[in-house]
Design a protein around this ligand. Structure first.
Ligand code: ADP
Length: 169
């Protein structure tokens, strides 16, 4: 199972996969961080498609084409803003991963790359987010044999180490 899971350090906009996941905000109108990087790399057509989708509630996800990205699709998942940890943040974060995998199944996609959703501007502590992300990914790999590869792309070496440690724990 874990032979289909990889953790790498890098820029998710460079990843070739059936889909990459965007840590989007509810407006789906683009933003900073990984969202901005994905929109810049994909080109204006991505924003145009996103704007046809309306708002996306926290914990849910929407799918678009990848346009100029090497990835075929972008799954826009809206992670929770950290509010101290007692406002359902853990469940909402888990829901992003689950809904992303549900969209993969619906569209027949087999390879996907995730960023570390919510752990940038949204302030979710990465030490708490990593085990949640990895639990959902492992569960999806167990349940869905059609998934060929799930890559988590960490932007910094420090973030990569946190995920590696959580994977080993
Ligand atoms: P959020 O608003 O969900 O917290 P951010 O984009 O601010 O989203 O941060 C999510 C994570 O994505 C952070 O760990 C950030 O370092 C990382 N990140 C930023 N740019 C990229 C990129 N090009 N590729 C992969 N990860 C990125």
């Amino acid at each position: 199972m874990t032979d289909r899971l990889e953790l790498i350090q890098g820029d998710i906009t460079h990843v070739t996969a059936d889909a990459i996941v965007n840590a989007a905000n509810s407006s789906l109108g683009g933003g900073g961080g990984v969202d901005g990087a994905i929109h810049r790399a994909a080109g204006r057509e991505l924003l145009a498609e996103c704007l046809t989708l309306g708002r996306c509630p926290t914990g849910q996800a929407r799918i678009t084409k990848g346009y100029r990205l090497p990835a075929g699709h972008v799954i826009h998942a809206v992670g929770p803003v950290w509010q101290g940890g007692r406002n359902g943040e853990d469940a909402l974060l888990a829901s992003c991963y689950r809904n992303a995998f549900a969209l993969m199944e619906k569209h027949g996609l087999r390879t996907v790359a995730f960023p570390s959703i919510s752990t940038g501007v949204y302030g979710f502590p990465i030490e708490r987010a990593a085990p949640i992300a990895l639990r959902e990914i492992r569960e999806a790999l167990e349940r869905r044999p059609e998934l060929e590869r799930v890559t988590v792309v960490l932007f910094s070496e420090k973030d990569l180490k946190v995920y590696q440690q959580a994977l080993g724990a």
